[in-house]
Design a protein around this ligand. Structure first.
Ligand SMILES: *Cc1c(COP(=O)(O)O)cnc(C)c1O
Length: 393
């Protein structure tokens, strides 16, 4: 029996051993509270936090003081959206986002809608791309915020944030991007992209779970944000609560590693991903790629195996960790909101598997997974009723 193959790197990643090593002293000998200004225990912890802040800032092209630490991207997205909605209430009450966003953006927007704000949920094309022209025409004098993710967690589609940023800057509207899947994989520069708020998460970049960061533009223009957690005034009053020092140190270490390995990892995961795509589309008929063929994350492969039920396929490959349409809401059996937004035929939505490759993926694992998928799709299809074929696509 071989150990199971992990191909679900969009859901989470293992902590890189070098990240763990950097974190370990901060659980024990350097355990101080980073806010304790009176003694060396506090200073040591604070030094760890501030060094990490410098690394995080460098990875986004911003100043360290423009970074605050959060418990992850869900919290970062909540703070960005709710914080802008509250701080800009006098200016306007309209938010623009996209149907394919992560639930932590969509559900936050729905809650803001209930509290009286107006939200436009823009549609996307068949590849999951939002047209910057649609963003432009949705902006009204009452628009205070646009939130568009940099790269999608299900289908890997990369949005043209630079074009959207130029439009938002011209119209004086704050732009937030959820860059959780993009950070560490593609170059990010908040100034070149004209982004005002950016959320990221540690556990998607080989750092620990429960830590993340939010970039908040401090000048040209300065972005106002209303705190959503009150207390001791940590993180410039925007996020009270004792800092997760080991987590912050781990996030810094993870983003430091990502900066040096990103280009090599991009090439390697893309090569493995393309090899899988080639082998599976050659070996099987009625296999469809979901998401944009070119403007996509190097490590994402989302495929529909028409005439195969996604759950049946996943259950038949228990030694391969992948996910169906939507991992983040897989406790609810409804089909993926992302695939639905592409307006794909039902047969493609119900047969979609997301493969996520990563730093630890080996060529041998890639070949093993190709072989398992070919075998199981052929086996499941041989049992499928033939009458379904005609109506499948
Ligand atoms: C994982 C993910 C999140 C949530 O991040 P957490 O740190 O787990 O809260 C948000 N957005 C995207 C695009 C993600 O992939």
């Amino acid at each position: 029996m071989r150990p199971p193959v992990y191909m679900d790197y969009h859901a989470t990643t293992p902590v890189d051993p070098r990240v763990l090593e950097a974190m370990l002293p901060y659980f024990s000998e350097k355990f101080g509270n980073a806010s304790s200004r009176q003694h060396s225990f506090g200073w040591m912890a604070e030094e760890g936090v501030e060094s990490a802040r410098v690394v995080v800032a460098r990875s986004l092209g911003c100043e360290p003081k423009e970074i605050i630490f959060t418990a992850g991207a869900t919290e970062g997205n909540n703070l960005a959206l709710k914080g802008v909605a509250e701080a800009y209430r006098a200016k306007g009450d309209h938010i623009i986002t996209v149907q394919t966003e992560h639930k932590s953006v969509l559900d936050t927007c729905k809650k803001l809608e209930k509290s009286g704000l107006k939200v436009t949920f823009l549609g996307v094309d068949e590849f999951g791309v939002v047209d910057p022209a649609d963003v432009r025409s949705a902006i009204t004098p009452k628009t205070i915020l646009v939130s568009v993710m940099t790269a999608n967690n299900e289908i890997g589609t990369i949005q043209d944030i630079t074009a959207i940023g130029a439009i938002c800057r011209e119209r004086d509207v704050v732009l937030h991007t959820d860059a959780t899947q993009a950070v560490g994989k593609i170059p990010i520069d908040v100034n070149a992209m004209k982004v005002d708020l950016l959320s990221l998460s540690g556990h998607k970049v080989y750092g620990p779970k429960g830590i993340g960061a939010l970039f908040i533009r401090n000048k040209n223009p300065r972005v106002a944000l209303a705190a959503q957690t009150d207390g001791g005034g940590h993180e410039r009053g925007l996020r009270s609560g004792t800092l997760n020092v080991p987590g912050i140190v781990g996030l810094g270490a993870a983003l430091g590693l990502a900066a040096s390995s990103r280009d090599e990892e991009y090439e390697r995961t893309k090569r493995y991903r393309d090899r899988m795509l080639m082998a599976l589309t050659r070996g099987l008929d009625e296999v469809y790629l979901n998401g944009h063929p070119a403007s996509r994350l190097p490590n994402n492969l989302n495929l529909s195996f028409v005439r195969v039920d996604e759950n049946a396929l996943m259950m038949s490959m228990k030694d391969v960790a992948v996910s169906t349409g939507s991992a983040c809401s897989s406790s609810t059996p409804e089909p993926s909101h992302v695939l639905r937004a592409l307006r794909l035929p039902a047969a493609r939505v119900s047969s979609a598997i997301r493969f996520g490759l990563g730093r630890m993926t080996t060529e041998e694992e890639v070949d093993y997974v190709i072989d398992r998928v070919l075998t199981e799709v052929r086996r499941l299809r041989s049992h499928a009723p033939a009458m379904k074929v005609a109506s499948a696509v």
